[in-house]
Design a binder for this molecule. Structure first.
Ligand code: FES
Length: 240
C-alpha cells in the first residue's frame, strides 16, 4: 500500500498517494489548473507551462512534473500566476486560427477552456491574433484532417505516435517561429508512414487534428424559414 502524503492546496488540506503529481491530485479533487500538454497516458513533458503553481517560497513550478510532498503548500491561482499564464496563453493565441465558433472542437478545446479561465476576453483575443501561420490544411487522410493553424505545439500527438503506437510518423520540424509538427520530408500525412490509427486525433487537446466524422452535422436541416434557420417548422406552420 502506498504511503499517504498530506499537503495544502489553496489553503485546503488534501491527501494523495506518494508519487502523485500536483496536477493529478488537483484533477482528482476537481480543482482546475489550466494544462495543455498533459495527458494521463504519457510521461509529463512540461511544454506548455500553463500548469504552473506557486509554492510556499513563491517559486513557480509545473504541476504536471512535480509530485506532492508532505507538508507542501501550493497555490493554484495568485496575481503572479495569473500574470505569467496570461502572457503564456497570449503567445499561443497570437498565431492561432481565430474561427473558434465554427471549429468542431469548440467547447471541447483545452485552449479555449484555459483562455476562459484566465479571463482572456474576445476583444483581447482579436487583438492578439496577428500572425496566423500560413500552412495549408492537410486533407489527404480519409479519416482525419490536420489543421496546423490550430496547433499549439504541445507535442502530445508526437508522443502518442511514438511512445504508445511505436509508429513515429510525425515529429517536430523546422525551427523558431516556423516550428511545426510534420512528417518525414514534410509530406502530406497520407504519404507518410501514418497507419491512420486515430490515437493522435483522440489525444489532440485543440482542433488541430479532427476526425472527418466530427465534421458531419448531427442532422441535416432543410429549411427555407427566414426566422432563425434551425428548421423547427413552427414559424412556417409546418409543425404545431
Ligand atoms: Fe504541465 Fe503543460 S501541462 S507544462
Amino acid at each position: 500500500m502506498k504511503k499517504k502524503i498530506k499537503f495544502l492546496m489553496d489553503g485546503l488540506e488534501f491527501e494523495a498517494d506518494e508519487g502523485t503529481t500536483i496536477l493529478q491530485s488537483a484533477i482528482e479533487n476537481d480543482i482546475y489548473i489550466p494544462h495543455l500538454c498533459y495527458n494521463s497516458q504519457l510521461k509529463p513533458y512540461g511544454a506548455c507551462r500553463l500548469c504552473l503553481v506557486e509554492n510556499a517560497e513563491g517559486r513557480l513550478i509545473t504541476s504536471c512534473e512535480n509530485q506532492v510532498e508532505e507538508g507542501m503548500e501550493i497555490k493554484t491561482h495568485s496575481m503572479k500566476l495569473n500574470r505569467v499564464k496570461k502572457m503564456l496563453i497570449s503567445l499561443l493565441i497570437s498565431n492561432h486560427e481565430k474561427n473558434c465558433l465554427s471549429c468542431t472542437q469548440s467547447d471541447n478545446c483545452k485552449l479555449q477552456e484555459a483562455a476562459s479561465y484566465l479571463q482572456v476576453n474576445e476583444n483581447e483575443l482579436e487583438n492578439l491574433r496577428q500572425s496566423v501561420k500560413d500552412v495549408p490544411r492537410d486533407e489527404s487522410n480519409p479519416f482525419f484532417i490536420r489543421d496546423l493553424k490550430k496547433c499549439i505545439l504541445c507535442g502530445i500527438c508526437v508522443q502518442v505516435c511514438a511512445d504508445i503506437m511505436g509508429v513515429n510518423a510525425i515529429d517536430f520540424g523546422f525551427r523558431g517561429y516556423d516550428t511545426r509538427i510534420t512528417t518525414f520530408g514534410d509530406k502530406d500525412i497520407l504519404e507518410s508512414n501514418c497507419v491512420s490509427c486515430g490515437e493522435c486525433v483522440e489525444a489532440c487537446p485543440v482542433g488541430a487534428l479532427v476526425s472527418r466524422n466530427s465534421l458531419t452535422p448531427a442532422r441535416e436541416v432543410k429549411t427555407i424559414c427566414p426566422y432563425c434557420g434551425v428548421g423547427c417548422g413552427i414559424y412556417l406552420g409546418i409543425r404545431g
